[in-house]
Design a binder for this molecule. Structure first.
Ligand code: S3P
Length: 175
């Protein structure tokens, strides 16, 4: 069973996911990094060349590949849950854990994360804070539907978040 982390940009999927993988001795794969390696392009360039639609198509094939049976920790991109096919593949491929955070925390993390420039094209014409509010509201039902378990990382260190994820996984695999 894989552990698949979902959630909005800036909820800590990559940082916590790496720690979880290290503790379990599993491989960690960030779906966005993997997609960039496969295509040889960064996500901002993919959006510029083919729009969000082309990115989402590539993302679907990456998620399908990564969710094949195994023992991996996978950090999915924040919008991966918008595709029914992705959610189906995630549910079949492992335990789906939703990482959440409040709007202010997400905003601060996105502003300070160097990955934002290459991996996080803007998704609306709104200013960043407004975009977060709007998309969180729109996506809530998708995240809720996909999640087997949820962890709010707003006030947790990455180590604490990783511990909660591992506890959820251990409870699930023992019962
Ligand atoms: C996206 C989130 C990004 C990346 C792409 C689209 C989204 O991943 O997949 O920019 O639609 O929320 P992170 O959640 O890892 O930032």
């Amino acid at each position: 069973m894989n552990i698949i982390l979902i959630g909005f940009r800036g909820t800590g999927k990559t940082v916590a996911g790496m720690l979880v993988a290290k503790r379990l001795g599993w491989e960690f794969i960030d779906a966005d990094d993997y997609l960039e390696e496969k295509t040889g392009k960064d996500i901002v360039t993919i959006f510029e060349e083919g729009g969000e639609k082309s990115f989402r198509q590539t993302e679907e094939s990456v998620i399908a590949e990564l969710c094949a049976p195994g023992h991996k920790v996978i950090a999915a991109g924040g919008g991966a849950v918008l595709s029914k096919k992705n959610v189906e593949n995630m549910k079949n491929g492992g335990l789906v854990i939703l990482l959440e955070a409040d709007t202010d925390t997400i905003y601060e993390r996105l502003k300070s994360d160097p990955k934002t420039r290459s991996q996080r094209p803007r998704l609306t014409d709104r200013d960043l804070y407004d975009e977060i509010v709007h998309l969180l509201e729109y996506r809530r039902k998708y995240y809720d539907k996909a999640a087997d378990f949820r962890v709010d990382t707003s006030r947790l260190t990455p180590e604490e978040a990783a511990r909660e994820i591992i506890t959820a996984f251990e409870e699930r695999s023992s019962g």
